[in-house]
Design a protein around this ligand. Structure first.
Ligand code: FE2
Length: 385
């Protein structure tokens, strides 16, 4: 889904001899997606990326489902999640189904002692709090508040945080994360009516190849297990690469809202999509300008999608008692709508400063034990007053 870019030094023709100044061949690696049938990148390593020294015993990643099925409106206080030192330990799945795992994380320490690769899922990491740098085999990406970091599955990476106070909202997708199809031309360019364009995407800044020999541990997530594989060379020993499979960043602050005379439906907020889910951005915008418009949304019967809203910042016109980091889940099967009094209160309002991320899944989400631990009681009946 990303566009073609090239970094570092690559040979004129793919799959041909490419040597360093001393005449030694570089080691070409094809990173392909959807078999050989979709986007790919070609990387040129100083050493073969296959030199395994040893493997560790695998460890199971514990996801405890507390409620596999349910039919209630729920609310969770994401900032109640307790911070943890280690990046991987800090990531706690909250809501899961077979298409996506939605996690929260409050990591205190940088991920530099080992490398990480998610072999199962694309990761979309929304940075709510924190600044830092992701380093990958493709180069570096600096991140901060409001960034969506898309890391395609199979990307080896590390993370450096500037401080210990970090809050992340993470969507793991078991299908490739893409720009919405409706915003992409037949030939792959983002269309004129898209709420963002190629210029809004930050791509990896290439860094010099790490020609280092030693013991480099890559912890790899696959099928709910974490495998430790020790390599004999630094994974970032790439002198150049090109292609369309690479991590990039899109800031929610660069999403240009689509507004209208009357209330616009949620699809105008779609930012990314995968199989059976979409990710939407709600950003500060002018409200509807019909003289009799009602700024807050209508009641909504979502008969075939669970709706998860993650509140980032600003005021939320249609909800009471909303705080930063709160999540609400409105499941398919029962209608949801504005809290009592918020419709009247919204009349005449000209703009909203709300900032939120929404994930709509077309299959129901299950709740983990962590979800129950951070749940706000009483939300289900909070319309009854
Ligand atoms: Fe809705």
């Amino acid at each position: 889904m990303a566009h073609y870019i090239s970094r570092g030094t690559i040979p004129e023709k793919r799959h041909t001899q490419f040597r360093n100044a001393a005449g030694k061949l570089y080691s070409e690696e094809l990173v392909s997606t959807e078999g050989f049938s979709s986007d790919y990148s070609l990387l040129y390593h100083i050493h073969p990326p296959t030199r395994i020294l040893q493997t560790d015993l695998p460890a199971a990643i514990d996801i405890r489902i507390a409620e596999e099925k349910m039919l209630k409106h729920r609310s969770f206080d994401g900032f109640k999640l307790i911070a943890q030192d280690d990046y991987l330990n800090s990531r706690k799945p909250i809501l899961v189904n077979k298409d996506v795992h939605i996690s929260l994380a409050a990591p205190k320490q940088s991920l530099t002692r080992y490398f990480y690769k998610n072999a199962d899922a694309d990761e979309l990491i929304f940075v709510h709090e924190g600044n830092g740098k992701i380093t990958t085999v493709y180069g570096e990406l600096e991140f901060g508040y409001g960034d969506y970091i898309h890391i395609p599955r199979g990307t080896i990476y590390q993370v450096q945080f500037e401080k210990e106070t970090n809050r992340l909202f993470i969507v793991e997708s078991f299908s490739p994360i893409r720009y919405p199809k409706k915003y992409v031309s037949r030939y792959g360019q983002l269309l004129e009516n898209s709420p963002y364009c190629e210029r809004d995407m930050r791509t990896p800044v290439f860094t010099e190849a790490r020609d280092e020999t030693g013991d480099f541990l890559v912890r790899i997530k696959k099928q709910g297990m974490l495998y430790g594989i020790h390599y004999g060379n630094h994974p970032f020993d790439v002198v150049g690469w090109d292609g369309c499979c690479y991590p990039y960043i899109f800031s929610i602050h660069n999403f240009e809202p689509i507004t209208g005379r009357v209330h616009q439906p949620p699809p105008v907020h779609i930012t990314f999509e995968g199989n059976n889910f979409v990710v939407c951005s709600f950003v500060p915008r002018l409200f509807d300008y019909h003289p009799l418009s009602i700024p807050v949304p209508y009641n909504h019967s979502n008969i075939d999608s669970d709706e998860l809203l993650y509140y980032v910042d600003g005021n939320f016109m249609s909800r009471e008692n909303v705080t930063k980091g709160m999540m609400t889940l409105h499941p398919a099967g029962i209608p949801h709508g504005p809290h009592p009094g918020t419709v009247e209160k919204s009349l005449g309002a000209k703009e909203t400063r709300e900032l939120a991320v929404m994930v709509d899944t077309f299959h129901p989400l299950s709740l983990t034990d962590t979800a129950l631990a951070i749940e706000n009681a009483g939300y289900t009946t909070s319309w009854n007053h």
